[in-house]
Design a binder for this molecule. Structure first.
Ligand SMILES: N#CCCn1cc(-c2nc(Nc3ccc(C4CCNCC4)cc3)nc3c2CCN3)cn1
Length: 267
């Protein structure tokens, strides 16, 4: 059994608030599917009076080729991230009988950025898009500072916390770049649609901060293809094309992109 489980059950220890007891979890509705798992809206209601908090619970899909080890890596990844532009870890919930576990995260009420843009396209203007782009870029700069490569950046994996805040989510494919290399080579090709993949990720299964930059360019395109083309700031379009440099070295860094987005916001 995991230490957390022992600590949570041991009455002498202050209840570890990051362990959620399954018996107080009230299922509400499905939220979506991520890598290796499905996400559900639940209310954690220990008082049983519907005053508990709403949380997003990601359950491991046992039938998927994934295993508990990959899921534990995803949990350790999200638990180590502390950034306003990355979805927050809340804790874990053990289902004793089935000896499986779920990942508990903050619930973001507006869902994925793709769904939000489809629903709100008429009143999301350029300024709002630039704000979202800048927040995603800051989240990616933070991820890079922790030597993480997301590997599945796409608007479907960006969640909307409010009309002025988006966060990066779904760390099921995230890997740590080894200290002595600039990239991570995966053994099995991923399952994600290749449209967001950099060329070297497709041809050599190589992933790096620069392949995340390529995917960020695709996310910019997803963002800005929702507003009327005529209002598409020229600078954003040229920024996207720099993210799509064929060789990784040609692509800008997230800090350069962040500065360019800030400049566009000032205009
Ligand atoms: N990423 C990624 C891929 C996996 N995935 C993660 C979530 C997720 N969704 C939410 N919130 C959320 C989601 C959907 C709606 C829909 C409901 C139907 N009508 C339209 C709106 C509303 C709110 N909050 C989260 C998470 C993870 C942590 N917190 C969903 N799928």
């Amino acid at each position: 059994p995991l230490p957390d489980r022992d600590r949570a059950l041991d009455p002498s220890h202050q209840q570890d608030q990051s362990v959620y007891e399954e018996r107080h979890l009230r299922y509400i509705s499905p939220l979506g599917k991520g890598n290796f798992g499905s996400v559900e809206l639940c209310r954690y209601d220990p008082l049983g009076d519907n005053t508990g908090e709403l949380i997003a619970v990601k359950k491991l899909q046992p039938n998927k080729q994934s295993n508990l080890e990959d899921f534990q890596k995803e949990i350790n990844t999200i638990r180590s991230l502390h950034c306003d532009y990355i979805v927050k870890y809340r804790g874990v919930c053990y289902s004793m009988g089935r000896l499986s576990m779920s990942l508990v995260m903050e619930y973001l009420p507006h869902g994925s950025l793709i769904g939000y843009l489809e629903k709100n396209r008429q009143h999301v203007n350029n300024r709002r898009m630039l704000l979202f782009a800048s927040q995603i870029c800051k989240g990616l700069e933070y991820l890079q500072s922790m030597r993480y490569v997301h590997r599945d950046l796409a608007a479907r994996n960006i969640l909307v916390a409010s009309d002025t805040l988006v966060k990066i989510a779904d760390f099921g494919l995230t890997k740590i770049i080894p200290f002595d290399k600039e990239y991570y080579r995966v053994t099995h090709p991923g399952e994600s649609p290749i449209f967001w993949y950099a060329p070297e990720s497709i041809t050599e299964s190589k992933f790096s901060h620069k392949s995340d930059v390529w995917s960020f360019g695709v996310v910019l395109h997803e963002l800005f293809s929702y507003c009327e083309h005529n209002c598409n700031p020229k600078r954003i379009y040229s920024m996207m094309t720099t993210c799509w440099g064929y060789s990784a070295e040609e692509r800008p860094t997230f800090s350069t992109l962040g500065d360019q987005i800030e400049t566009s916001i000032q205009d």
